[in-house]
Write a protein that binds this ligand. Structure first.
Ligand code: AP5
Length: 214
């Protein structure tokens, strides 16, 4: 099962990727998480990526493509993977298709999370993430049992650097300009599945399970 989560910032990709990983046992790979880990570790890659991420811009294709394509070569991806946040440009999508085709493989599903722009900013600015395990919460829609503390591991919750209001606006604009063209790209390939991301997280997941178990 090789698949992609496509959708704007705040459309629920990460939330659903965690559920899919648990339910179907596929590795969920987030290029955003890879960059954040490198930033936390102070690597050269992290330093390069941070400047783009803090402005709400995309990290250049040549950097992201190498990282994502190397990651899917790892052993745990042999029987399938879920990419969350990659590809984000047509160039990235073509590079992924080519790498898979070289191995006689192809993508099976692209899950498109559809949420109107007006709801996205509210979701992202209200997001809080566990510093320890990365689990995502929302101050209003998905609060933890104890404020500021992760239900799952007890870690401290924090707001992502790029979740400030002005950066979020730019990220949504960048999605519409540079990533939304992938909707047509995958529609043409016949593998795009539309999901109503405005439903509650459990309902969205039920819809995803239906799509993936057809
Ligand atoms: P990345 O980390 O991938 O961020 P993003 O795509 O902007 O997506 P988000 O993580 O903001 O949102 P999400 O859709 O995962 O929503 P979530 O489930 O958390 O990328 C960050 C940056 O890295 C990019 O801006 C770029 O600079 C760089 N980058 C990464 N990949 C790249 C690439 N391929 N090319 C170039 N640059 C790249 O949910 C959001 C909030 O809503 C949470 O609070 C959650 O609790 C809540 N929520 C979730 N589902 C629901 C629901 N159904 N109802 C109500 N609330 C919900």
């Amino acid at each position: 099962m090789k698949m992609i989560m496509l959708g704007a910032p705040g459309s629920g990709k990460g939330t659903q990727a965690a559920r899919i990983k648990k339910h179907f046992g596929v590795p969920a790979i987030s290029t955003g998480d890879i960059f954040r880990k490198n930033i936390a570790d102070g690597t050269e890659l992290g330093k390069k990526a941070k400047a783009y991420m803090d402005r709400g811009e995309l990290v250049p294709d040549e950097i992201v493509i190498a990282i994502a394509l190397n990651r899917i070569e790892e052993d745990d991806c042999r029987d399938g993977f879920l990419l969350d946040g990659f590809p984000r440009t047509v160039e990235q999508a073509e590079a992924l298709d080519k790498r898979l085709a070289d191995r006689g493989q192809r993508l099976r599903f692209v899950l498109l999370m559809e949420v109107p722009d007006v709801q996205l900013a509210e979701r992202v600015t209200g997001r809080r993430v566990c510093k320890n395990c990365g689990l995502s919460y929302h101050v209003a829609h998905m609060p933890p049992a104890e404020e500021g503390v992760c239900d799952s591991c007890g870690g401290a919750l924090h707001q992502r650097n790029d979740d400030r209001e002005e950066t979020v606006k730019n990220r949504i604009g960048v999605y519409n300009a540079q990533t939304a063209p992938l909707i047509g790209y995958y529609e043409t390939a016949g593998i795009l599945k539309h999901l109503d991301g405005t439903k509650g997280p459990e309902r969205v997941f039920e819809d995803i399970v239906k799509v993936l178990t057809i």
